[in-house]
Design a protein around this ligand. Sequence first.
Ligand SMILES: [Zn+2]
Length: 239
Amino acid sequence: MPGLYRDEGVVLRTIKLGEADRIVTILTQGHGKVRAVAKGVRKTTSRFGARLEPTSRVALQCYKGRELDVVTQVETLEAHRALREEYVLFTHAIPMLEAVDQVAQEREPNPALYRMLSGALRTLAERRSALVTPAFFWKLLSLEGFHPMLEGCARCAEDDVELVAFDLDEGGTLCRDCARGGGRPLSPDALDLLRRMLGGALNGVLAETPGPAAHEVEHLGIRALEHHGERRLRSTALL
Ligand SMILES: [Zn+2]
């Protein structure tokens, strides 16, 4: 049948459509971000309604439409119920979905982004660490081409100086002199955490108890994403 395709994906969000249907936004592995109509999902008799919830990873079959595709089959690969039902996990999962929804392009495959998101949701469900989401934000920025400069001053290029701030326009740390002209204060602990998160030490980071530095890194990551995306991340108000 022409126009039918199979893929797997993570449900980013759903909105109501009419009495019984929903429009589901899914980051797929092979077709990029897809928006599809799921018919009858809000009826209690629906075969696949409960499978199409944000954070779920599903295998699906869709019929390709001009703007909206139509979901014809869904199977759950990872339900991730805890990410929706436990408030603390929910508040950390939803901002990752929103951030991905903002950067992902419709119908443009981005397998690296898909791997990152499905991996982060699984890690959050298993390790339940408040450090997963900030690490995800910074890795997402890096994937999008905004890898921060964390060694030396991003403005004057001095590398043997104390780094005390982070500048969103420069995309990196600032020395004390340059920080007088702007930038957001960055504590030594937060800088150290950020370096380890992005420097291949994430596994060790996730074993730590999140302290004030984790919040700093998280909020700076949110501001950096908003800066580059030129849009607010609404769901981060919960963090
Ligand atoms: Zn400087």
